[in-house]
Design a protein around this ligand. Sequence first.
Ligand SMILES: [Zn+2]
Length: 437
Amino acid sequence: MRFAAAAASAVLGAVGIAAPLAAGAAGGATTFVQAGRVLADPATGRVQSDQTIVVRDGRIVEIRAGFVGAAREGDRLVDLRGSFVLPGLIDSHTHLCHENGPDDKINRVTKTAADWAIDGAHFASITLQAGFTTVADLGDENDAIFALRDGIAAGRVPGPRVLTSGNVISPHGGEGDVYGYRPDVTKVIQHPNLCSGADDCRRVVRQQIQRGADLIKIVATGAVLSDAAAGVGQQFTDEELRAIVETAHMLGRRATAHAHSASGINAALRAGIDSIEHGTFLDAESIRLFKSHGAYLVPTLLAGDTVTRWANDPHTFLSPQAQAKALQVGPKMLEMGRRAHAAGIKIAFGTDASVAPHGTNAREFALMVEAGFTPLEAIQAATIAGADHLGLAAEIGALTPGKAADLIAVSTDPLQDITALQRVRFVMKGGMVYRQE
Ligand SMILES: [Zn+2]
């Protein structure tokens, strides 16, 4: 199942517009990126030395052996001869318009959509600076994320290209509902995407797509950071899950499910969900279903690491309910990553940034390596696999002719030391330079 062409082009249509650092080469002019070492196609794992990446109109035209200079007036030269170059990174699970913290509950009733949008612009910029040139945003408080996505695509705001679900779809009384407010306040701030029963769930999927969602995000099980004391088990019925997935696919959207418990993971996979976020308690049956359905897992190890730290903090800001769930889920995630990797299921890199601070996304790589991934496998999850998972394999994920010129550079070889990706020195997105040290 691919995204509708219109949705993808709405996001990608503005390749090559914004240019905070450098105007870029416009009107047929060419940018020559001289790379000391380059991992052009992570699928091959092949690192080449002394190459020149030729960029025109925001796209990669060719990669030439040796260092080629700018011949014509107006052409640009980018000197990365001392650096290691690789494709721009893809984080398949972020929440760009906020960061979790002690003020979560009050923010919900004090911040306007405009506040969330301005916060989102700030976090989007930080994310791009950290080398993430594409993200999936899987749910924020309101529609600010749609404005942010479109503003970035139009070149008005620096940030990664964004695919977003907008608000999550949740059952009434489920993880996506709101807790801890007076009933009259709850009524005002409750998300519009709560549903009960198959027909009602079809309705909210259609409604969310009408509002601008590129993909559908559902909450298939309880979650750590809600104040619901409902555990982390299955929350939608099988019938509701089938209705949601069928409607999303009918309207040309992928559907991804937040899921911790094996019952919730397996029910969502049986219903034909395209991917699972977190996957904490996946079991042998989950692995069989992932493989037979070709579904992706987005492990979000960084979120597990972060909530475990919070829960163990004697001065934690988590509610008692959230703390209990954090201790139940967080410490298990690395082991889940290990099992998923060993089983050979398809994995896309995702952090759940907003739990950990935006801009620290690359810390996920080190956790993946700790869970048994080779550095190359971790990079593949954030490039070619992420592109395939988001339906953008023709556009991004590798530095091959015809693809968007999304590339980053670091000083040292990330295949030797994966933490090198936490120190990105150069960022180009759609042929435009956003960071250069
Ligand atoms: Zn999330």
